[in-house]
Design a protein around this ligand. Structure first.
Ligand SMILES: [Zn+2]
Length: 414
């Protein structure tokens, strides 16, 4: 098993940012390589909304991340298994990721809407909210019971179920099942949750080993442990240390996912706490992060890959990105603006269409509006992280960061 893993999944650091934890590298999977740092577009239900895989490939995407929770409910992970795995099913021949389903189980499951708040807001103490108020009643030490957001049917995810579902889906990189907490949980609850996630991580390794042996005819799937700990330095460092030293059934994690509640203001610091505890020869994925300033903070502090629904989700609401910041292309001021969304962008949309045309498509509610805006926002985000990689190789990362953010943040969002 160890030999197989070493043969079909590996990570190599090529260059580091001097006096920082960031690096450029290459992840190798059975479906090809990912040059890191890299932004990975999200194809929640085995589809990046409004894009055919060819468009995704053309805009520079190196991999796709799908959601185990959604695919488990629809069409069912057995269907993907029979199809030959996620990549074959969606006709995407490059690397794939699935998340564990934990995030969706706990954020879409019955009873809690919008509990995942990425900012601390007015909270000034971790005791600011009563423990009973945000307590996720469906979580117990064995797993999570949840109600399908599609038809209300009851389901149960345990670490073992998550591994079974992710093996059937068959992505190259899969994640351990973790408990999601929010910044509003109390410190005491974060500690209990971290311990529960640690015990679940051991169970994930055991089940992953069993399934890998049982399904030895399938391409090797790399398992990443997920690190929680909210905004607490000691908990974040403990999670990183525990999971990097963890060994069970003779195997350890192939990489790590940095997850959970993150106060965006201290994102870089949180990533740096964890990166300094994690082994440098294993890749680190920052879950659910995609805003330019956050991507710079993540890369600078040692994150290798990122995924986020924001670029494609915002595109569908006509919010598009440019070197000079984000703007709403459907607003009246672009009605007769015959320039591309971003003059410096060479994507299919910017090479062929004007702001005026996109403005018209959005106002006329044409489906092509979503497609063209999604192509641009994903191309922009993928290329931004590709440029960070090049800047690391050229030893100019910090200069590039300062220069890019000064321009990007100069204009107020409209
Ligand atoms: Zn573009």
């Amino acid at each position: 098993m160890v030999e197989l893993s070493a043969m079909s999944f590996s990570f190599e650091v090529i260059k580091e940012i001097p006096e920082r934890l960031g690096r450029a590298g290459v992840i190798s999977t059975p479906h090809g390589q990912i040059s890191t740092p890299a932004f990975i577009p999200v194809g929640t239900k085995a589809s990046v909304k409004s894009l055919a895989p060819e468009a995704l490939s053309d805009l520079g995407a190196q991999a796709v991340l799908a959601n185990a929770y959604h695919l488990y409910l629809q069409p069912g992970s057995e269907t993907l298994d029979q199809a030959g795995g996620l990549g074959k099913f969606m006709n995407w021949d490059k690397p794939t990721f699935t998340d564990s389903g934990g995030f969706q189980v706990m954020s879409l499951g019955a009873g809690f809407k919008k509990v995942i708040d990425m900012s601390l807001g007015s909270l000034d103490s971790d005791e600011a909210m009563a423990e009973s108020k945000e307590r996720l009643a469906h979580v117990d030490d064995e797993g999570v019971t949840f109600k399908s957001h599609l038809d209300g049917s009851m389901h149960r995810f345990t670490p073992e179920v998550s591994m079974q579902v992710q093996h059937q889906i068959g992505a190259d990189i899969i994640f351990a099942f973790d408990e999601l907490t929010t910044l509003h949980n109390t410190r005491k609850y974060q500690e209990q949750s971290l311990e529960r996630t640690r015990l679940w991580a051991i169970r994930c390794l055991d089940e992953h080993k069993r399934l890998t042996d049982q399904r030895s005819d399938k391409p090797y799937q790399a398992l990443f442990g997920v690190l929680q700990g909210a905004q607490y330095e000691d908990l974040r460092r403990k999670a990183a240390k525990d999971l990097s030293e963890m060994k069970s059934s003779g195997i350890s994690f192939d990489g790590f996912g940095i997850g959970g509640a993150l106060d965006k203001a201290s994102l870089g610091q949180i990533v740096s706490w964890m990166s300094s505890e994690l082994p440098s020869d294993k890749p680190r994925h920052l879950l659910g992060i995609g805003e330019p300033a956050d991507l710079f903070a993540g890369v600078e502090n040692g994150a290798d890959t990122f995924d986020c629904v924001a670029p494609s989700r915002e595109a569908r609401t006509s919010a598009v990105y440019s070197e000079n910041g984000r703007f709403n292309v459907s607003s009246a001021s672009y009605k007769r603006d015959f320039s591309p969304i971003d003059k410096t962008c060479s994507c299919y949309t910017c090479s062929n269409f004007t702001r005026a045309y996109l403005n018209h498509l959005f106002r006329a509610k044409e489906m092509l509006a979503s497609t063209l805006a999604t192509i641009h926002n994903l191309a922009f985000t993928v290329r931004l992280v590709d440029r960070m990689r090049q800047a690391i190789l050229d030893e100019s990362f910090l200069e590039f960061k300062t220069e890019f953010l000064a321009r990007y943040q100069a204009k107020a969002m409209d």
